[in-house]
Design a protein around this ligand. Structure first.
Ligand code: DSN
Length: 426
């Protein structure tokens, strides 16, 4: 009924949503930061909670009529605490970067020194990149990976921290395939008197399932988005030790945000409920198994993986031996409906816009039900696509094989059928 109404009110937006839903179904989604949330999460997102202003926090709002959005926000808080075992959580951040803004401003003042992993080594824009607020308002020292192992080098991080005495050290990454030792980061923080801000946006689902060490016992503040491995709606949360709770809440609202998106907060609560089920743990286990299977299959086909493999949900593929750039590989794979993103590799000779690698992740395809056998097939398809280059006949053949695969693992089938029939009836 809602879809028909949308079609009648705004056929152009209906069309964009219909086509995007089909695109998500017909493509093999390997972008490591993407996932497919459940219909229950989508139902909460599309609810009337979007109509409500609720500046403030549950039972301490600046608007009347908040009793039901309070229920939703309290459930989100309670469930996030149960998943991660944190002292305090703020579920209002609209995005990962918004969460990091609030975290920095809780722990430091503009002009203070912060340390984070360089973007070109797998960090994130909000970890101090000069074009981001974090690089403009703070003095930034970036650490890089060890050139031999392509892994975090805790001795190097310690040396830099002793030299620059940062106020905050950011642990966490956007394109790092190995375990992050938050306890080692904390030892360094304790030694130099810094606070640890752990950004677990990529690995939050693995942490929730106990498949990656949690930073919660160590870090002063932990931020995460809710839409990657956690498989919730687009958004973020911030967890902290009790001593920061009051300051953090003030920094989120009124410090850096206005009215919270209560429909998103309700959808976060739904995703957190799902994350507390045994099925979610099995899903995360399969995500990691799939990443290993894909990594092994690519290695067998002569691809070099940065750091030699993966411990989590993603891998970085160095394409130099295949004589293709990340940008060209992304374009070719796009032609056969395999979606990836180009990515710099550590010490990349290319600029980020071109990049020597691609980043591949398994969370989205695992949600569709794919397993190790499909990962081996995908490695084959990636290899053949890159070898095909501009050979359109071969690319068409591969695209047909992709089509066969996705049809065996349907996505949002009911939704697509409904859109289809509405569009047909006109
Ligand atoms: N852009 C996200 C990613 O792809 O990892 C991080 O915010």
């Amino acid at each position: 009924m809602n879809s028909r109404l949308l079609f009648e009110t705004d056929p152009e937006i209906f069309d964009a949503i219909f086509k995007e839903t089909s695109r998500q179904h017909t493509n093999l989604e390997l972008i490591a930061s993407e996932n497919f949330c459940s219909e229950a999460v989508l139902a909460a997102l599309g609810s009337v909670l979007t109509n409500k202003y609720a500046e403030g926090y549950p039972k301490k709002r600046y608007y009347g009529g908040c009793r039901y959005v309070d229920l939703a926000e309290e459930l989100a808080i309670q469930r996030a605490k149960e998943i991660f075992g944190c002292d305090h959580v703020n579920v209002q951040p609209h995005s990962g970067t918004q969460a990091n803004i609030a975290a920095y401003l809780t722990l430091a003042n503009p002009g203070d020194t912060i340390m984070g992993l360089s973007l070109t080594h797998g960090g994130h824009l909000s970890h101090g990149h000069p074009i981001n607020f974090s690089g403009r308002y703070f003095k930034v020292i970036h650490y890089t990976l060890n050139p031999d192992t392509e892994m975090l080098d805790y001795d190097l991080i310690r040396k830099l921290a002793l030299e620059h005495k940062p106020r905050v050290i950011v642990s966490g990454a956007s394109a790092y395939p190995r375990i992050i030792h938050f306890d080692k980061f904390q030892e360094i923080c304790d030694e130099v008197g810094a606070a640890q801000l752990a950004d677990i946006a990529h690995i939050a689902g693995l942490v929730a399932a106990g498949l990656h060490p949690s930073p919660v016992p160590y870090a002063d503040i932990v931020t995460t988005t809710t839409h990657k491995t956690l498989r919730g709606p687009r958004g973020a949360i911030i967890m902290c030790k009790a001593k920061y709770a009051e300051e953090l809440d003030k920094t989120v609202f009124p410090g850096t945000q206005g009215g919270p998106l209560e429909h998103c907060i309700a959808a976060k609560a739904v995703a957190f409920k799902e994350a507390l089920t045994p099925q979610f743990k099995e899903y995360q286990q399969q995500t990691v198994k799939n990443a290993r299977a894909l990594a092994e299959a690519l290695t067998k086909r002569g691809f070099r993986l940065c750091s030699g493999g993966t411990d989590n949900h993603l891998m970085l593929v160095d394409l130099r031996s295949k004589k293709i750039t990340g940008r060209d590989a992304e374009r070719l794979l796009g032609k056969v409906n395999i979606t990836v993103n180009r990515n710099t590799i550590p010490f990349d000779p290319e600029k980020p816009f071109i990049a020597s690698g691609i980043r591949l992740g398994t969370p989205a395809l695992t949600t569709r039900g794919m397993k190790e056998t499909e990962m081996e097939k995908i490695a084959e398809l990636i290899d053949r696509t890159i070898a095909a280059g501009e050979n359109e006949t071969e690319l068409e053949k591969i695209k047909a094989e992709v089509r066969e695969m996705v049809e065996a693992f349907p996505l949002y089938a009911e939704r697509r059928n409904e859109y289809q029939s509405i569009a047909k009836e006109g």
